[in-house]
Design a binder for this molecule. Structure first.
Ligand code: ADP
Length: 396
């Protein structure tokens, strides 16, 4: 059976078509600049990429084009859209009610619409993507796979903020956590290697957005992102956690509105804000190498916060079996992995830097130093495959 995985953004739609017999993605691509001057990139295994301008007035036009390309005699990989058995949708936020991957019907859509207020950036495009796909492919099931649902096992003490409880009851202000599909995938991969059912694992998803998750036996116990992806470690352009009073103080001093303040914390902070150079870790490292002091400071802060979270999760779980790195920085950047893992021998974390600095990107690599108590891995994440698997098992 073939499963189509769709990830709809405000002006983009990413897709991957999986053959569930082999587990391979047989085609994938991206529709971008939807509603502007549309373009599409379509890739197939072992063949040249197809790139073209396209008239994409909305998500519906985009998914129609995707189906057309997938079934095209020259560019396609299937002969008929009916070969697609189901569609899996990446949805960032499932709120408190959608706690596991679910078939999306009217009720689920209504619920997703009701929580747009707490998910204003990612909610509307995800809903619009699902509706578009449902209208173009009405005869197959559409499954929502939520970034938040991996955290349904997190206990209240870790997800309720210590603020008046009525605010949680009134507005559902609590910690939700994000990147769950990625953490779930790489944690499962590490667990396979460990061969230990109740393994204590910390997974570091370090990309443009970064989060760290602690899991025991493949079940999340805590995670660094909270009510929004703003909480936790510093990121490319996001501050991560800061003293909340800093927020109100800046607003008063600079005369910023709530939206302007959110923008400052979301888009002008983190690596970019401190270095003043870039949000991209590679640029900041390069500037640091050339002697730029603020770039070094930005990297030092990033590493400092990541170490603090790792330490706190070891305390929370009372132990650690494996530390995992994934996503753009985590998978590719041996220097950052080295900075994070150095001086963690008290926690039993020691890495073999020769393997760490030379390991090939995109491959599952163990970077543990011989004799180290905790095992450390760099594992390529594959959220799309996880979405396809969930979708497949739900409709089977
Ligand atoms: P997103 O959160 O947007 O999915 P990614 O997971 O692609 O982001 O991560 C983007 C980050 O990964 C950037 O900071 C970039 O510097 C870093 N990155 C990507 N490739 C490499 C690489 N080869 N070496 C070092 N860092 C990399």
């Amino acid at each position: 059976m073939k499963i189509l995985v769709v990830n709809a953004g405000s002006s983009s739609l990413k897709y991957q078509l999986f053959d569930m017999d082999s587990g391979a993605a047989i085609a994938k691509g991206l529709c971008e600049r939807i509603g502007i001057d549309g373009a599409v990139t379509h890739k197939r295994l072992g063949k040249e990429d197809y790139k073209a301008k396209a008239d994409l007035k909305d998500h519906k036009a985009a998914i129609e084009l995707v189906l057309h390309l997938l079934c095209d005699p020259q560019l396609g990989v299937i002969s008929d859209a009916h070969e697609i058995g189901a569609v899996g949708h990446r949805v960032a936020h499932g709120g408190e009610r959608l706690r596991t991957s679910s078939v999306i019907g009217e009720e689920e859509l209504r619920y997703l619409e009701s929580i747009v207020e707490i998910n204003p950036l990612h909610g509307p495009p995800a809903i619009s993507g699902i509706k578009a796909c449902q209208s173009v492919m009405p005869n197959v099931k559409h499954v929502g796979v939520f970034d938040t649902s991996y955290y349904s096992t997190v206990e209240e003490r870790a997800y309720i903020y210590p603020i008046p409880y009525e605010l949680y009851e009134r507005y559902k202000i609590r910690r939700y956590g994000f990147h769950g599909t990625s953490h779930r995938f790489v944690c499962a991969k590490a667990m396979e290697a460990l061969g230990k059912k109740d393994a204590k694992v910390i997974t570091c998803h370090l990309g443009n957005g970064s989060s760290i998750t602690a899991s025991i036996g493949g079940k999340a116990v805590d995670t660094s992102m909270g009510f929004t992806p703003q909480e936790g470690v510093p990121m490319g352009t996001r501050s991560g956690s800061i003293d909340p009073t800093v927020v109100t103080y800046i607003m008063k001093k600079e005369g910023l509105s709530p939206d302007e303040m959110e923008k400052l914390l979301n888009s002008s902070s983190g690596l970019l804000g401190v270095s003043g150079v870039s949000s991209d870790c590679r640029d900041v490292l390069e500037a640091q190498d050339k002697g730029d002091k603020r770039s070094k400071l930005a990297m030092d802060i990033l590493v400092h916060y990541i170490k603090k979270i790792i330490g706190s999760y070891v305390a929370e779980m009372n132990g650690l079996d494996a530390l995992v790195f994934t996503a753009g920085i985590g998978e590719n950047d041996g220097i950052v992995r080295d900075l994070i893992c150095s001086d963690l021998s008290y926690l039993g974390i020691e890495i073999d830097n020769e393997i760490n600095l030379t390991c090939k990107r995109g491959t599952f690599t163990e970077i543990t130093k011989k004799g180290s108590r905790v095992r450390t891995f760099a594992i390529p994440t594959n959220e799309e495959y996880m979405i396809a698997l969930d979708t497949y098992s739900l409709i089977k």
